[in-house]
Design a protein around this ligand. Sequence first.
Ligand SMILES: Cc1cc2nc3c(=O)[nH]c(=O)nc-3n(C[C@H](O)[C@H](O)[C@H](O)COP(=O)(O)OP(=O)(O)OC[C@H]3O[C@@H](n4cnc5c(N)ncnc54)[C@H](O)[C@@H]3O)c2cc1C
Length: 319
Amino acid sequence: MPTVIYQGKAYECESDETLLDGVNRQGGTISYGCRGGFCQSCMVKAVKGTPPAAAQAGIRPAMKKKGYFLSCLCKPESDFEITPPDRRDEFIPATVTGLEYLNPTVIRLTTKRPDGFNYRPGQFVNLIRPEDGLARSYSLASIPSDGELAFHIRLLPDGKMSNWFIDHLQCGTEILLSDAMGDCCYRKGYADRPLLLAGTGTGLAPIYGILRDALASGHSQQIRLLHGALSSDGLYYDQLLRGVADKHNNFSYIPCLLNEAAPEGGLSGPIDSHIPAQLASDSNWVAFLCGDSEVVTSMRKSCVTHGMDESAIHSDAFG
Ligand SMILES: Cc1cc2nc3c(=O)[nH]c(=O)nc-3n(C[C@H](O)[C@H](O)[C@H](O)COP(=O)(O)OP(=O)(O)OC[C@H]3O[C@@H](n4cnc5c(N)ncnc54)[C@H](O)[C@@H]3O)c2cc1C
């Protein structure tokens, strides 16, 4: 009978019994969900013994190499020593390189770009707190040639993750990242179409990455970036974006304040109410809409009402 060592105890698996069932039948606690090889809740890591290929179905190649397998699909034929999953294997460690306030409620967090970490500007990652796995999604404000990853994070009163960043992170601290996800990205096929980039608050993070990607790709049609904020404090990249506009004739920066008079070159009132006028200035637009969910929904409706095809509208709603 094969023996399984798990958390310092030995368990014997009967013939035809899965490792999950054998360990749990004798008082072990491997967590599980579907018990059918889909949910991956029962994933464990072999530190001794070779998992059968069938028990590694659907597991990422890098994790397979490290000995991860699904205990619900493994009927052991020889002895094993296993451990619970290690978050450092599941996610990608990244070292914090900087944390600065962009205004009183928004920070810019940067990390080293881990070796082999690939992404497209505008995508987001899950940032994970190593000690307990708390995870939140944040959009990348950087582009790959920057070398480091950058995030704009709004500090929410009582926000578990955002406050942990300012209370506990410093240069050199290690956090964990998921792979980059999402499809709110510039494409070469958009080169001859006007771009509307509109975001509220830290919704500027992905559209700033998309803007830089488009400019670096030599986008020659007009690009309009609307940044919406409650008050002038919220326009945290105002000077920087005015500088970009000075250098690129085809780029306009249009700050938009909800509760204050229009700033120089900008607008006042809800950002979504200004979308139709922007779109009226040209045709064949591609839109990127990011930030507060309700505003993103409302801006999307404006684009559709204007006759834009859904496939030309990309968005990330921050939930
Ligand atoms: C695809 C995606 C990309 C995102 N990108 C970014 C980004 O680039 N920058 C960024 O700052 N955030 C971004 N978010 C939001 C982020 O994931 C977190 O929801 C946010 O930081 C709150 O986390 P927290 O743990 O600090 O607050 P929590 O502890 O989760 O919440 C604290 C309080 O704030 C409220 N709350 C939570 N989220 C929001 C919100 N978005 N707006 C208003 N109130 C909220 C909660 O209801 C609660 O009352 C993104 C979300 C998604 C889904």
